[in-house]
Structures are given as C-alpha cells and as structure tokens.
Design a protein around this ligand. Sequence first.
Ligand SMILES: Cc1ncc(COP(=O)(O)O)c(C=O)c1O
Length: 401
Amino acid sequence: MQVSRSLFDEVMVPNYAPSAVIPVKGLGSKVWDQTGREFIDFAGGIAVNCLGHCHPALVSALKDQADKLWHLSNVMTNEPALILAQKLVNATFAEKVYFANSGAEANEAALKLARRWAKNEVGEHKTQIIAFKQGFHGRTFFTVTVGGQPAYSDGFGPKPADIVHAEYNNLASLEALISDNTCAVMLEPLQGEGGIISPTVEFIQGVAALCKKHNALMIFDEVQSGVGRTGELYAYMGLGVVPDILTTAKALGGGFPIGAMLTTTAIAKHLVVGTHGSTYGGNPLACAVGIAAFDTVNTPEVLNGVKHREQLFRDGLNAINAKYDVFSEIRGQGLLIGAALNDKYQGKARDFMLAAADEGLMMLVAGYSVLRMTPSLVIPEADIAEGLKRFEKAVAKMVQA
Ligand SMILES: Cc1ncc(COP(=O)(O)O)c(C=O)c1O
C-alpha cells in the first residue's frame, strides 16, 4: 500500500497538523524518512525517547517480554509491574505506585486521589484545586481544565469545577487563592509546554510551605521533567522539596506508552478497590520496557551525561546567537532546553522549526516564540554537533529571509 502524507487528511481526525515528512526508521538520535533522508533528532518524540530510537536494552526487553506475556488486565498482577513499582519506590520518596498509560491518565489519577483524600480526611468542602497559568497537564477534560491554557479547555461544555489558576513564580498570587478549602496545588517543577520556565527556589519552597500551612497536597507533574530529563532522576530532587504525589510518563517507557502516579501509603490508601482503574495500566509489555529504561537512565553516567550535554547545547546555541542575534535567552535544565526568540522574531518559533526540518533537524516549539529541544539523554556528542550545524544553517536562512 502506498502511504503518503495526503492519506492523513483523508482518513485521520484533523486535530493534528503533522509535517510532510513520514519517518520510517530510527536509530539512536537519527531518523530516516520514506525517501531515505536523514534527520538528527533533537525532539525525542517530545521528551519521550530518553534513550533514542531502538536502544538495544529496550529492544531486547520488549522482545523478551513479547515471547512471554503481553497482557492480563488488573484482575491479576504481573511480575514486570511489581518490579518496576519496586524500583520507583526504592529510588524516590514514594511508597506506592499506580500505573497508567499516559501522562494525562497519571494526572487524572493524581487529581482524583487528591479529591478523595481531602473528602475523607477533612470533609466534602475541601475540593479546590490550584494550578498555574501556562501549565500543561494533559488533554482529558479534568487535566486540561487544571492546565492553565483556557484555549485548550474551552469549547467542550461545562468544565470540572473548583479549579483556579495562579501565576507561576509568583508566590503572592498563590497566597491570594489558597485556603483551608484547597485540596491540592498541582504544578510542573519546570514548565514545559508553557515555554520552558524554571521555578525559582523561593517559589517552589514557598509553594511547599503554603500547602503545608493549609493541609493541601502538593502534586508535581513530572511527566516531562522526570526520568533523568533535568539531570536529576526527578526534578524535585534538585529543588529541596518533596511532593505528596508525583506523576511520571513520557520517558518512563522510553517510547512505549506508560505512565505512573507515585505517592505515600497514607495518601494512597484513599484509592480503595473500585475507586479508579485502567484496563491496560501496568501492562507487562510496557512495564518490561519501563524496567529497562529506568535501569539504563538511573545511573551516574547517564545523569551526569545529561548535564554535560546540556552544556554542549548551551555553548552551541550561544555561539549561534552571538552570530545571528535571534534569542533573548537560552533556558531550561538538563536536556529540556528552550531557546526564546528575541523581540525581532516573536511568534516565529514554528517557522524556525520548519526551517530546521528543511536542513535535516527535528526540533520542537513551546508556544509561539520558544524553540524547544528534548533530545535523547544519551545523544552522541557528534550528533549534537551535527544537529547544531544544521540548526545554524536554518537560523542563517531565517535571518536572511
Ligand atoms: C507536563 C506534562 N503533563 C502531562 C502531559 C500529557 O501527557 P500525555 O500526552 O502522555 O497524556 C504532558 C505532555 O506533553 C506534559 O508535558
């Protein structure tokens, strides 16, 4: 069967606008399209392919498990799910794990758990959820409403209630909203989709203190920032605070769909049998790949390598900027990097991304004016250098245009 981009418009729901390129093969941080054209991958499937494409450890885990057992449902548990849960518990603050299939589902579970916890521990009135403008937590109706971008949640009828938004990095705006009726404060410990915004230490520690004061749960959405992305296993580990609930997905499966919600025993106990669930959550195939991804990423070599690679990206982007003057700031942490366009190029992030694709480089945007890079955590240095070279060509064309 002849497959071309035009088939997308014929048979797919039009909620995406994919590029004209159809990749058919990937290896490490390189991808090839139908015509054999090579791309360097600085996008990493939006912070998912933490070990690049077809990493041998992941391929072998998937193949081994494929020969054993694919799926049971949660009527029975399975060995890979329990092993992965044990690893997550050993490596983090958490004592209990709930598996889902995506970031949105992990967040949905976190929000439902928070509401149950508040109802049982305090009372029916403690339902308020506070999140942050420009935050992103997924596309289910609950999570997209908690996300701070009304453009994504408007137009679908009545929204889940008692959700309000404060300003990120503005503690006073949270203080003005929070009360003893607040059940949870949800935030990304590094805003991704919203433009690659790092929290200040004062802000994040202030959020933790306000949650404590008002007996509200602090939920960290580490769907994008987790599993080594920032150079820490989870971003909270570098911030001097510990959340009550943490969600993780994307890189957790290195490309195989899986999500998880982590929490303490005291909080987890409120999701009793029958209160929440998923047919696929904790699926043996997903968890087997998750184990391999987790074991490979959670090593000093890989985590320190992220910090080293971050420096290579920063040096390269700063050098391009010194020559072409296109960025106001290079920001982010680890390999979650944002290049914010300066006043002259506001609103042009997508054009830069398309120009990069023309030069054989896959990258992302975060909003209209920030270019985003979330490559493999083990991207070879030669691929960083070659990708930056291609990016410089794209920038040169944009500047001349
Ligand atoms: C911080 C954050 N939370 C949640 C999500 C949603 O994850 P998923 O698309 O797997 O549902 C994303 C996706 O970009 C994200 O960046």
